[in-house]
Design a protein around this ligand. Structure first.
Ligand code: PRT
Ligand code: ZN
Length: 283
């Protein structure tokens, strides 16, 4: 039996739950209790505050955890990073009031910076030979300059709209983060085996999301050109259509190359292009 800790509520909760469900694991949500036993996979789910998860994994109360890299780096607990999960992407940035003429990191010398990330910020300042006063606060960091508490802040940014609405501008990105799967350094063989099964499923789900299944019709003389455009897993599937001289081509395309590929395919004579999401992909 493996025990995984995920965030009880907040930005990571929904996608953590969704990922496990897409892996085919059935379990009850956090609204009912703090602990859920999966019905069809040897895993238990613990719902916790995200900041507590690295400590629980270090202490082997949980075997695995899903958290932001920012929290893992800040709490500095002993655990392995097993897999990046690709969601909850954000950055930890130093931001200053708009009127602050910021040109270089050294402009932060002898300034005060409010943050909930004193460790990551402290390391960054040390590395860059900046002597600034770190003012640790646990929330509403973005209002600190406006109320005269500090000269600058260091906080998580995703769209940047919180900075904008508080009259701040991003000065330095000091850490990039996304959700990660962490694991205890002391898993026994039975737990390692379950982890491998879970990882196999997670990777299949994530690969599926990164790709689209594509079906199209084309005149036979265009097929060679079309095959050269399609990257595919191996070579594409080609099936004859009822109409003579035409074929149907099936293949898999990467999400991030998708629009360019579609454009090239149309130019090469492809018609009736269908694009279908892939639920899971196993190579
Ligand atoms: O209760 P618990 O302690 O479990 O949750 P929490 O309140 O500490 O964390 P939560 O749920 O807010 O965030 C969990 C994780 O989501 C963080 O540790 C990050 O890894 C990740 N994440 C991704 C973010 C953001 N994006 C984000 N934008 N966490 C916080 N923010 C906040 C940021 O602090 C700022 O206030 O959103 C605001 C900025 O957003 P923009 O879009 O205006 O730039
Ligand atoms: Zn938290």
């Amino acid at each position: 039996m493996l025990r995984i800790a995920i965030q009880k509520s907040g930005r990571l909760n929904e996608e953590s739950v969704q990922l496990l469900k897409e892996c085919g694991i059935k379990f009850a949500g956090a609204d009912r209790k703090l602990f859920a036993q999966a019905e069809n996979f040897p895993i238990e789910i613990l719902y916790l505050r995200d900041d507590d998860i690295p400590g629980y994994v270090e202490d082997q109360v949980a075997d695995l955890g899903i958290i932001g890299e920012n929290v893992f780096a800040e709490t500095n607990k002993s655990a392995d990073v097993i897999e990046k999960l690709g969601f909850s992407k954000c950055r930890l940035s130093i931001a200053v009031p708009k009127a602050f003429e910021y040109k270089h990191i050294s402009d932060l010398n002898l300034k005060s910076i409010a943050t909930s990330y004193p460790n990551i910020l402290g390391d960054f300042l040390l590395k860059n030979n900046v002597k600034a006063d770190i003012h640790e606060i646990s929330g509403s960091v973005e209002i600190a300059p406006g109320i005269g508490l500090t000269d600058a802040i260091c906080d998580l940014v995703s769209s940047g709209s919180t900075l904008l609405s508080n009259g701040l501008k991003e000065a330095e990105i000091i850490f990039k983060s996304e959700a990660i799967l962490i694991g205890s350094k002391k898993l026994n063989d039975e737990k390692k085996k379950i982890l491998q099964d879970l990882l196999f499923r997670i990777r299949a789900v994530r690969k599926g999301k990164e790709h689209k299944y594509i079906l199209l019709n084309a005149p036979n003389e265009a097929i060679e050109k079309i095959i050269s455009i399609l990257p595919g897993m191996k070579s594409p599937t080609i099936l004859p259509l009822a109409e003579t001289g035409w074929s149907s081509v099936h293949s898999v395309v990467k999400e991030n190359e998708f629009w360019q590929v579609i454009q090239d395919l149309r130019q090469a004579g492809a018609q009736g292009i269908l694009v279908v999401p892939i639920e899971k992909m196993i190579l």
